[in-house]
Design a protein around this ligand. Structure first.
Ligand code: AMP
Ligand code: MN
Ligand code: MN
Length: 334
């Protein structure tokens, strides 16, 4: 069932013991929104715990209260009367789904969220779940402390590519401006998120050398195999290196995290990559989406190129002949 902002605030107000979670492979919005909501609800004297079934990426380890994020142990339970799932539908939260039977309040901005078996507050126009949490804080009349503001700003900044992507709206800037008034220093946030070790830059350069163009340059892909991935355990920002190529509409990054598990990230300038991801069992936004394929890197590559090609044919961006005679252009021929 869909619930509006007011109903969402009411549900939060009437709960006492609240479990908050977000998606596995967490990003700045997942970490920022859970930490901010936790702080806001604790200021209202609620008993709140945050569990995420994954590690917190290095870029976010300095966020206020980050140590409060726990990973569920085997069969661990939390006695909650409300279970809040942020920035994803409830099917991408790993073992946290087994921690409680409390009713789910799902707060999200992904167009692909269908809100199965939960109360869903969905704002697809919101740039980030953090922007929705900002609105909820106002609806609740709760104070946004400097620490909560830092978390909210981080989620909004990372989901909008530091206020550059097409999801950036006047409301995003207004919220961000208020967060800066509350003490956020944008330069310190970007410094923290963009910081890389030399080893990471080396891995990035190795990944860049795997770049291939498809469909006359309309699509570009990067491939990180298990061996390369293990060197730093991050591919944060890699896709941005090829998204910028002038001919490219769809950019993708294929990463083999473990044997036969490949994560796909997609970005676009025009194409609806949420649609392509959905066909492959994933989801996301029109211009940023992803999925996981239980395949080898080579198999996943074929499936993905096929799906992107089919989509580009259907949307009249390439002809069927161009699709069938697609040549792979490698950066290493340079
Ligand atoms: P990423 O490329 O990991 O930054 O993800 C881009 C967008 O796609 C994010 O909003 C993700 O939440 C969404 N996304 C990524 N992987 C999946 C997946 N397996 N299922 C659903 N949504 C996904
Ligand atoms: Mn996210
Ligand atoms: Mn988000």
């Amino acid at each position: 069932m869909f619930v509006n902002l007011k109903e969402t605030a009411e549900k939060l107000k009437s709960a006492e013991n609240i479990l908050v979670t977000s998606h596995i492979n967490p990003d700045g919005d997942a970490i920022g929104s859970t930490l901010a909501l936790m702080q806001i609800l604790r200021s209202m004297k609620k008993n709140v715990q945050v569990y995420i079934d994954d590690n917190v990426p290095k870029s976010f380890l300095n966020l206020p209260c980050v140590d409060e994020i726990k990973r569920p142990a085997e069969n661990e339970k939390f006695s909650a009367d409300l279970f809040v799932v942020l920035d994803t539908s409830a099917d991408r939260i790993g073992k946290v789904s087994e921690m409680t039977d409390a009713p789910i309040l799902n707060i999200d901005h992904h167009v692909t969220n269908k809100g199965v078996d939960c109360d869903l507050h969905l704002e697809v126009e919101a740039a980030a779940t953090c922007e929705i949490i900002f609105n909820i804080a106002h609806e609740l009349g709760a104070e946004i402390t400097e620490n909560a503001a830092i978390c909210l700003y981080t989620g909004m900044a990372t989901d909008t590519g530091f206020f550059n992507y097409s999801n950036t709206k006047p409301s995003t800037f207004r919220a961000a401006a208020e967060l800066v008034e509350r003490g956020v220093q944008p330069n310190l946030i970007i410094e923290q998120i963009d910081k890389r070790t030399f080893q990471e830059v080396k891995v990035m350069s190795a990944a860049l050398r795997t770049t291939k163009l498809y469909f006359g340059g309309k699509a570009a892909g990067m491939f990180v195999d298990e061996e390369l991935y293990k060197k730093t355990n991050t591919t944060e920002g890699f896709i941005d290196l090829i998204r910028v190529i002038d001919t490219v509409d769809v950019a993708f990054l294929l990463t083999s995290h473990e044997k036969n598990i490949c994560r796909v990230s997609m970005r676009s300038k025009n194409a609806n990559v949420a649609e392509i991801a959905k066909r492959l069992g994933g989801g996301g936004h029109i211009r940023a989406a992803g999925c996981t394929l239980q395949k080898t890197l080579e198999e996943a590559k074929q499936i993905l190129i096929q799906a992107i090609g089919e989509y580009l044919v259907e949307t009249n961006n390439i002809s069927r002949e161009e699709f069938e005679n697609c040549e792979e252009i490698s950066i290493s021929n340079f």
